[in-house]
Design a protein around this ligand. Structure first.
Ligand SMILES: *Cc1c(COP(=O)(O)O)cnc(C)c1O
Length: 347
């Protein structure tokens, strides 16, 4: 997080049922719609909860037992969509992919013309680092008349993305990834088609009834007390991106950081496992040391925090982020640490 954003976290929290706060929320709505390139008549909904709350609320409100969904499951976040559908008894079929395997045309074709109604994908499966091909998915959805929901939580502001171009009906993101704010706000951008689905559906939930969020959003409000301070931070961050040249400039900056990092580690005993990567993170396989051990050494001896993996991948892979308030100097600090570890015969 930038100093500006952290400074806002230090301020008193204002009462929020006011014209001032409504105007701030309306501006957040406007900028989110612009940055996701949403079609006319779309609306942004702000939930107090982490990204998963926005995933669950979306599924509960958009679909019901009469739907049949296809879910791309190539990691922890794909698995989360599966769990949500199971809990809410929404029929689904998983498209199961191996670790880091891209989604190919032939993975989709067997589900063509089979009366599915919706498609769920985490466009950047953050647990592995793979970025799926949204043009391919969008084309399949258009041909089969599938309602497309994209979890872009870690891809938004890191990889280019357009709801209009790819006919995405719902885009989900959260405050704590490339938006570089504290965790606590989930954001759902809904098109008129999605709004229509929400209005027609009956949802058994008080807190997650998106009709309420929708009705309130037109006056810049939320049904319940939101995480007010995070929304003020979010407003500041969205304005900052806009003033610095907009979403394309921010994506270029993240891409440049990712490319710089990937080029610099080419000569080190660190392997990048596959090609189709998001700009948001670089997954790395260290050749001579356990990935988790390396994470611990970087944290304890160099005061550098990279992101370890859990489960089967714990000792195999770790991840380096490029989103948020990071710069070339941060890359260089980490690369110097890698080089030092090579000298010490640890890496
Ligand atoms: C971070 C992330 C989420 C949300 O996780 P929370 O911990 O609930 O914020 C969901 N999907 C993807 C792809 C993510 O990267």
């Amino acid at each position: 997080m930038s100093d500006t954003i952290r400074q806002i976290g230090f301020e008193q929290i204002p009462y929020f049922r006011t014209e001032e706060f409504s105007n701030l929320m309306l501006e957040c709505n406007r900028l989110m719609l612009r940055f996701s390139d949403a079609p006319d008549g779309s609306q942004s909904l702000f939930l107090t909860g982490s990204g998963s709350s926005a995933m669950e609320a979306s599924i509960m409100n958009l679909f019901n037992k009469n739907d049949r969904l296809l879910i791309v499951n190539g990691g922890n976040f794909g698995e989360r969509f599966v769990k949500i559908c199971k809990i809410h008894k929404i029929p689904y079929q998983e498209i199961k992919l191996e670790y880091g395997q891209p989604l190919r045309e032939l993975d989709l074709e067997k589900y063509a013309n089979k009366k599915y109604t919706g498609f769920l994908v985490n466009i950047h499966e953050t647990s592995t680092g793979i970025l799926y091909d949204l043009d391919l998915i969008s084309d399949f959805c258009n041909r089969n008349n599938l309602f497309l929901v994209v979890d872009a939580i870690s891809s938004f502001l890191a990889d280019s993305f357009s709801m209009k171009k790819n006919n995405v009906q719902v885009m989900i993101t959260a405050s704590q990834k490339a938006l570089a704010c504290p965790p606590g706000i989930g954001i759902i951008v809904v098109t008129p088609e999605a709004i229509d689905r929400i209005k027609r559906n009956k949802v058994s939930s008080l807190y997650f009834d998106l009709n309420e969020y929708l009705n309130n959003s037109y006056r810049g409000q939320t049904p319940f007390t939101p995480a007010v301070s995070i929304l003020i931070q979010l407003y500041s961050r969205l304005r900052e991106i806009d003033n610095n040249g907009g979403v394309d400039t921010e994506i270029s900056r993240v891409r440049m950081l990712a490319q710089h990092f990937r080029k610099e580690i080419e000569s080190l005993p660190l392997k990048i496992p596959f090609l189709s990567l998001s700009n948001a993170i670089t997954p790395i396989i260290p050749e001579n040391i356990s990935a988790y051990e390396l994470f611990v050494i970087l944290k304890n001896e160099y005061d550098i925090w990279v992101c370890p993996n859990g489960g089967e991948l714990k000792d195999k892979i770790f991840r380096v982020g490029h989103i948020g308030f990071l710069n070339i100097e941060d890359n260089e600090k980490l690369i110097l640490a890698f080089k030092d570890l090579c000298r010490r015969n640890i890496l």
